[in-house]
Design a protein around this ligand. Structure first.
Ligand SMILES: Nc1ncnc2c1ncn2[C@@H]1O[C@H](COP(=O)(O)OP(=O)(O)O)[C@@H](O)[C@H]1O
Ligand SMILES: [Mg+2]
Length: 234
């Protein structure tokens, strides 16, 4: 579905991604690494916010590099950015509808899509008429994910969705991500919280200083000595 090949990305003279390759099929893939490793830069490259210096990014065989972000989103890639970007003085329902508004296919079945999102996040249905900005941090994160799902993505990219959430809420949110995965949505999960992330993903890539450190299945990563020492505190 998505294939990133030999990607190099620089900000000015500073190279932050060096020869990074990864791929995503019908599965959930983890992108794990410490702060500053290059996870957001990779995500921004996929959705056209950052232009790579060299390399290739293919979505269903077609290069995404010539396209602007809005065209990439229309192809079926939706991102939950690290800093949510909800509309705080709009209701939950209005925020969700905006998620579908950019894409004709999604606009045409907005009610069906709302039922899908409410099925995963019942709290968003209960609070449909509440202003988004008045909800708790955990609920706002759920709304950000729900809004991305309104666009009927085939690939959902989440940039560190657990940041700032209490552990119980992280567990709840990641259970929802597992539900979304089981609905057949492919996923890239960028995380520093590797322990929780491993529960959701099928395979993962560890990125350190902009280069690939380890690539393996969730099971193997869980038992990898480097992962245990550096990310699981074992
Ligand atoms: N707009 C930018 N200009 C210059 N350097 C940046 C910019 N954005 C990120 N960086 C640098 O690139 C590196 C990777 O950052 P980032 O992709 O945000 O990592 P992560 O998401 O894994 O924390 C870091 O060293 C960061 O300081
Ligand atoms: Mg980041």
């Amino acid at each position: 579905m998505l294939e990133v090949k030999n990607l190099f990305v620089s900000y000015g003279r500073i190279q932050v991604i060096t020869d990074f390759s990864f791929n995503v099929g019908a599965e959930a893939v983890g992108l794990f690494g410490p702060n500053g490793a290059g996870k957001t830069t990779l995500i921004n490259s996929i959705i056209g916010l950052v232009k790579p210096r060299s390399g290739e990014i293919l979505f269903e065989g077609e290069s995404l590099l010539p396209y602007e972000t809005h065209s990439i989103v229309r192809k079926g890639i939706s991102v939950v950015p690290q800093d949510g970007e909800l509309f705080p003085i709009m209701t939950v329902l209005e925020n969700l509808k905006i998620g579908a508004s950019y894409i004709k296919e999604a606009r045409d079945k907005v009610n069906e899509r709302l039922e899908f999102v409410f099925g995963i996040f019942p709290v968003l249905k209960e609070r449909a008429y509440q202003l988004a900005g008045t909800m708790s941090g955990g609920q706002q994160r759920m709304l950000a994910v729900g809004r991305s799902l309104m666009a009927v993505p085939r690939l959902l990219i989440l940039d560190e969705p657990s940041v700032g959430l209490q552990p119980t809420l992280v567990t709840e949110l990641f259970e929802k991500l597992s539900m979304i995965k089981s609905e057949g949505v492919s996923m890239i999960l960028s995380e520093q919280n590797v322990r929780q992330g491993l529960k959701v993903i099928d395979r993962g890539y560890v990125i350190e200083n902009g280069t690939l450190a380890i690539e393996s299945t969730a099971d193997d990563l869980m038992h990898n000595e480097h992962v245990k020492r550096s990310y699981l505190g074992l």
